[in-house]
Ligand binder design. Structure first.
Ligand code: NAD
Length: 481
């Protein structure tokens, strides 16, 4: 199947103009390894032009719009995304290697982000503050100015929706650098913004390499805020670049998120969440539940029931819509296989199957359930970013918390138990930006503030909270006697 593109993928958007670059980058189809398109290779000079275009937009038509008018453009984009659902599903599936049904969920989420932030744009309010006699004091929420958005390849539509949607709702002008592995739906997003009447320069998209366009964007002195989603290593570079210009930065990094299953859990309800949160998007999800901690008395039972589900999992080409698609690249496959080779001192409880229709040139890894684990094992400490989960027994609540909190990360955690006080206690004790009780939402919940602690990053996106992150607070104290 050819990509259902309704635009030229080699063009990028700067200041309302669609432009090409002398050099381009290949777009690989991870399902079969073929080159299916080419995209622009933005350089520091295009990044510089995009930042200038964003600054001009803030001084011009975009900066003049009311909050309600900005919101209406985002709401219109939401409708246009839904109208383009079929194309967007296939483009994202082919570009990232997602099964069609998962790409469809991402399109729905993108439309919902635009709806949510479109509706919220004119509902962000300041406060009046009781102050000295003769004064009225109040606060204003103002846009930072030009916001930089550096996006990874695993959920391009969702991450652009949550971060650019919130930034534009608050009146910032955005420069987006999508991941070189998966830029196509970012370009589609820009086309849709244009169709919805987004003023020139409010949204600029410059595809390119991380160390070239990405580094130029994060270190550009014209940037007033950076939103980065990606790996810890690059996050550290981004934070250093932000420090040099003294600008705020939101870092959404990796995770090693646990689900804690106590003996009194409703296992039948828990099981689909335990497995799906590990294998969704072939495990290439920052909030993947890659550790399953189980109270010892039910450990064997949980392991076997999860194993039965693993044996039924099928991996294959994105468009065949199996349970899992390929990994994004040969490099990612190699990383995951190297991690899996570390399981030799543990037990491979079960593996899924690679479908017969999966081309040998695609980047397929069978989902792997690992038992016999312990909290200190490298597979229980490091982010694998592939379809593998490790199941670890614990004796009691204390040990469960110690293992759960015993990594460098703190993104998401969940607790499965019918004991109400325990649920409330652990919601407080678990080190994570999000805690789910008797459910698990890997990447779900447009309305729910999301972000990490520790090496999972800092700052919050999603929900109403993101609007505070994408704005700065000004205090006004007026003396009137
Ligand atoms: P990555 O860090 O390699 O790349 C992310 C983005 O940064 C890409 O656009 C890339 O081009 C750019 N980049 C790379 N080097 C750069 C540099 N020197 N300067 C500026 N930009 C640079 O990450 P990835 O492999 O694309 O994504 C996987 C990682 O992202 C995982 O660790 C995952 O956990 C994390 N992630 C986190 C969240 C979250 O919300 N917390 C969501 C998705 C992914």
């Amino acid at each position: 199947m050819t990509l259902p593109l309704w635009f030229d993928p080699e063009e990028m958007l700067i200041g309302g103009n669609w432009r090409r670059t002398p050099e381009t980058l290949a777009v690989e189809n991870p399902s079969d390894g073929s080159e299916m398109a080419r995209i622009a290779r933005g350089t520091p000079s295009e990044i510089d032009e995009a930042v200038t275009a964003a600054q001009v937009a803030l001084e011009g038509q975009w900066g003049q719009l009311t909050a309600a008018e900005r919101g209406r453009i985002l709401m219109k984009m939401s409708g246009l995304v839904l109208a383009r659902t079929e194309e967007l599903v296939v483009i994202e599936a082919m570009d990232v290697g997602k099964p069609l049904s998962q790409a469809r969920a991402d399109v729905t989420a993108l439309a919902r982000y635009l709806e949510f932030y479109g509706g919220a744009a004119d509902k962000v309010m300041g406060e009046t503050i009781p102050y000295l006699n003769g004064y009225t004091a109040y606060t204003l929420r103002e846009p930072h100015g030009v916001t930089a958005h550096i996006v990874p390849w695993n959920y391009p539509m969702q991450i652009i929706g949550r971060s650019v949607g919130a930034a534009l709702a608050m009146g910032n002008a955005a420069v987006v650098k999508p991941a070189e592995e998966a830029s196509l739906t970012a370009l589609a997003f820009a086309r849709i913004a244009e169709e919805a009447g987004m003023p020139a320069g409010a949204l600029n998209i410059v595809p390119g390499l991380g160390e070239e366009a990405g580094a130029a964007l994060s270190s550009h002195p014209g940037i007033n805020h950076i939103s980065f989603t990606g790996s810890v290593g690059v996050g550290q570079l981004i934070q250093a670049a932000a420090a040099a210009n003294v600008v705020p930065v939101t870092l959404e990094l990796g995770g090693k998120s646990p689900q804690l299953v106590f003996a009194d859990a409703d296992l039948e309800r828990a099981l689909p969440f335990l497995v799906n949160a590990g294998i969704q998007n072939a495990g290439q999800t920052c909030s993947a539940a890659s550790r399953i901690l189980v109270e010892r008395s039910r450990y064997e039972e949980v392991l076997e029931k999860m194993a039965a589900r693993y044996r039924a999992l099928v991996v294959g080409p994105a468009l065949a819509d199996h349970n899992l698609g390929p990994l994004i690249s040969g490099r990612q496959k190699q990383i995951v296989e190297t991690y899996l080779s570390l399981a030799s001192d543990l037990t491979i409880a079960a593996q899924g199957t690679i479908a017969g229709d999966a081309p040998a040139t695609g980047h397929y890894v069978a989902p792997t359930l690992i038992g016999g684990g312990h909290g200190a094992h490298r597979l229980a400490q490091e982010e694998i970013f592939g379809p593998a989960q490790i199941v670890i027994p614990f004796e009691d609540e204390e040990e469960a918390v110690a293992i759960a909190n015993g990594t460098d990360y703190g993104l998401v955690a969940s607790v499965w138990s019918e004991n109400g006080p325990r649920l409330m206690r652990l919601a407080k004790r678990l080190r994570a930006g999000q805690v789910f009780l008797n459910n698990y939402g890997a990447g779900g919940g447009v309305e729910l503030p999301f972000g990490g602690i520790g090496k999972s990053g800092h700052g919050r996106e999603k929900g109403f909270e993101a609007l505070y992150g994408f704005s700065s607070l000004k205090t006004v104290a007026a003396w009137h006697g």
